[in-house]
Design a protein around this ligand. Sequence first.
Ligand code: NAG
Ligand code: NAG
Length: 566
Amino acid sequence: MTLAWVLTLWMLLLVPRLGAGRPGSPEDASFYYGTFPPGFSWGTGSSAFQTEGAWDQDGKGPSIWDAFTHGGKGKVLGDETADVACNSYYRVQEDVVLLRDLGVNHYQFSLSWPRLLPTGIRAEQVNERGVTFYSGLIDALLQSNITPVVTLHHWDLPQLLQVRFGGWQNVSMTGYFRDYAELCFEAFGDRVKRWITFSDPRAMAEKGYETGQHAPGLQLRGTGLYTAAHHIIKAHALAWHAYNSTWRPKQQGLLGISLNCDWGEPVDMSRPMDVEAAERYLQFCLGWFANPIYAGDYPQVMKDSIGRKSVEQGLDMSRLPAFSRQEKGYIKGTSDFLGLGHFMTRYITERSYPSRHGPSYQNDRDLVELADPCWLDLRPKWPHSAPWGFRRLLNFAQTQYGDPPIYVTENGASQNLHCTQLCDKWRIQYLKGHINEMLKAIKDGANIKGYTSWSLSDKFEWEKGYMDRYGLYYVEFNSRNKPRYPKASVHYYRKIITANGFPNPREVESWYHKALETCFINNQMLAAEPLQRYMQMATEVAVPTVSALCVLLAAVLLVLLLQARN
Ligand SMILES: *[C@@H]1O[C@H](CO)[C@@H](O)[C@H](O)[C@H]1NC(C)=O
Ligand SMILES: *[C@@H]1O[C@H](CO)[C@@H](O)[C@H](O)[C@H]1NC(C)=O
């Protein structure tokens, strides 16, 4: 408790200093006018569990997230579920219209493994209605000239794989994942040319197996997450090799992984301890997955740190599993591009107080992050959310992993539930700032091929329920039809896409004003929504009631009439 107070006080003292001192160099602060390379792919994205709904429809099996959200109180804010979510399962055509209105080149979405394989195991059962659903979505996108970018797994593991095998704790997941991936290549690979195996596997491992904030809600501190990640990396490599040897010759697509990481900036650049702590932050975040895939093994600093602590804890083996020599060779080079997700910048300092608890990921990293968890509250006041950290992350990825082709797979800003405002000035500033820093990173030499703004619409935000809103489109979740309304950022993003960048100050300034004009009108429509809902409910309830009353009345009259005749 005292420690928490000291930290809080220290942060309060530090935050104004950081705000004033950054971002030091002048080129960071200046806006860069220019355009992206021709053919740059603009898009937006979503994931299956967060949007589809229809959780038990048309033969879909339950996922660990269905079990988690149905599994009692206190797991998700407001005890929300994603049983309906955006109802996207039944709204494919409408969502494609939204994408067309945005003018995107690609749409990144994930497949629900248990929708395709209800038990998770291909040899047991394939759900043909699931195949038909995704096939229809892919066709609808292609007909609108939108490239489908397909993520195989975004956290919603089939529940039966969890129950029967312990999920990613069990090495057998690797084989089941490969079988599932091959089904997808076979069913959709004639039309899908860009595949992502896993989306943000670090959160999947850390929140699912270490903190328990996410499904499957396990707290196997200091071990569970490393085991899960180990198997995820192997599963990724298996899927890549299957694609490379069997499917690529026919289908000619690309397959990569998508890794999320915030930028870690040393609190004090002149303190080597802080600089090292920031480096550790990045290696434990991005390097954990990227290093095996690009260099064949875990980052040295992870092996050293976790190994040393395991010895101190009296273990005779490191809690970080090791790859065999053969595995290293098999895993190295298994990504045709690096998918990179990025949301914010954190300030990192060395931890100067001793760890109090047993083994954990936190203790293994030995650092303190200053932007978390206060970031969420500070955010509206934090000037432009430090978009320069995005450029640094892109440059870091470029130099660390041998200049790979990079697709930005997730980047976006959330707003709180209570802001039903469609005039999302904050998101426009975020988009503008981050896309501009990405443009600077391209000028620096990074090979960035595309950008996915996260996300298409508001959706189920995992443990946050429907509190956090990341959407370019607003969703009225209280309404049964889940109507979508464009926020101002839709108009702004469309302008960036059309211009393929930022042509000149005058034009970019005019986008902002136009975007805000249109959102005022949409705000009025949204304000009328409760009235529409009421009227809809009135017709739905009133019409059957009135009809029933009429029938009843007619029957009574008939009886009276008959009696009168007698
Ligand atoms: C993995 O699954 C197999 C088969 O059910 C089981 O025998 C084994 O104990 C599991 N391993 C772990 C680590 O849970
Ligand atoms: C990928 O497939 C190509 C063509 O079949 C093959 O030449 C190459 O060796 C494969 N790459 C790896 C790393 O196995």
